[in-house]
Design a protein. Sequence first.
Length: 556
Amino acid sequence: MFSVAVQHLKITYPSQANRQRAIYDLSFTLRAGERLGLIGESGSGKTTVARALMGLIRDEHIHSGDICYDGVSFLTLKESERNRIRWNQVALMFQNGLHVLNPVLTLSQQIVEPLIKHKSMDKKAAYAVAADYIRLVQLEEDIMGMYPHQLSGGMRQRFLLAMALACEPQLVILDEPTTAMDTELKQEIITLIDTLQRQFRFALLVISHEFPVIQSLTDKLIVLDQGQVMEEGHTSNLLHEPQHPYTLGLIQSSPELNPYLDLWGIPSLRLPSVHGGCTFYNRCTQAIERCATERPELQDCDEDNQRVSCLRGGIVTLLQANKVSKRFGKRTACHNCSISIRAGEAVALIGQSGSGKSTLGLMLAGLLPPDCGEILFENEPVKMQQVSAKMHGIQMVLQDPYSAISPYFRVKQAIQEPLDVLKQGSQANRLEQVKHLLQQVQLPNHDGFLDQKCSELSGGQLQRVAIARSLILQPKLLIADEIHTMLDPSTQANVMRLLKRLQNEKGFSLIFITHNLSLARKVAGRFIKMEQGTIIENQSALEFIHKRKAVETKSP
Ligand code: SF4
């Protein structure tokens, strides 16, 4: 059975200042009929892998490792021997048809030539085979006499697919096969590739930054960032339960996987790791000191065949509540509630008024003692009034800013007070932080505003002050309890967008408590629904909304 094995491949490109590693220690095996995806942002090294598999990387850039086709080392072969493997065993379909094809040759000349060269066919036989493949990709045979510019984008992509398949390779590499296509055309190309791969059972490597392509065409997935494997495993597992913060960031940036979410993308510029640490260090929401200098190796994590490169073993669970209950007199406010919140995620806690959301939120923040059950924050039991009264803990923003903040406070005092209580930093430093936060919540930070009484502020301004106050201790988890309900629609939209931007920039986890589904789906990637004090649903926002729509459609 055919196989290609990439073994500890390291590729280094020279740059002016230093030698930058394009691929760091990549290994995978792909056999006949298997389908593997490579995903990552632009510049993550995906196309370098494709070029290496085709033998298109200069030998001096291959730092170490090997690529073996059917057990034969490809990298040690002479160019003439590599040529025999190209096209016959492996074919690559590039992303931009117009640039890849020769503008002065007819399509017939371009598809027939490899058949003559690599399959030793005469011209007539090669033409007949080429015509078969042209029809197979659902094009008319008469396009063979045309030039590349005479085809539409979709037709060119089909033609490139026919070219890639014509020599009957055992490995087909597709580099961004649907980039810049409209949705309908994308789906047509995906369906065509899927059908042909199932028919011919060739090994398929799909390189893409688009999740729908990866989701439809691959069974296993490798996630790359700056040439390093961040995570690998079964595609469906990675998409449903990503274990690496980078994978989660990519998923949260995908409009197809989050059609309702207000998208922000992974924050911060990508910087190469200068001290040999994790490549994701400067963008990671859960980085620790040693991540700057220590490179994580790929290791097994708990999930089925899922492996992750992270010194913390993957995305950490920040908060874990197990079977928490609370009664007020005879009324049960919360019953046996269990939830967990991971670093960097935004969760909506939804339900009607009186369903127990706020009670649960207060218990999670350590502001209300549960009658029974256990709440852990960073694996430590949450003690009353403590986790919210420390740096990097949990903060809660309440529904009514007028009752949450004393009307006698000046703006500066309202925001700075938590730092004063903890005696954090000098007075000058505290003031600096207050001014910075005011700027971040888009309020003035001049002396006049700092000295203004909170009672003189509008509802929207006061809610922003409350958000700034909650962020001054740099919480890892923010619980926002119906913070929009007392605001007019325009202010509400501005405050929600602000909250989402801050969450994205600062990387804290967010529990957004609301009864407003329309707002929740703009903010959160996961929905937890409560009813009469009990958690009745806990699933991705997309699944929740689709399920709800299906129920609504079925209802008479
Ligand atoms: S926790 Fe550290 S090792 Fe893990 S992804 Fe973040 S920066 Fe990298």
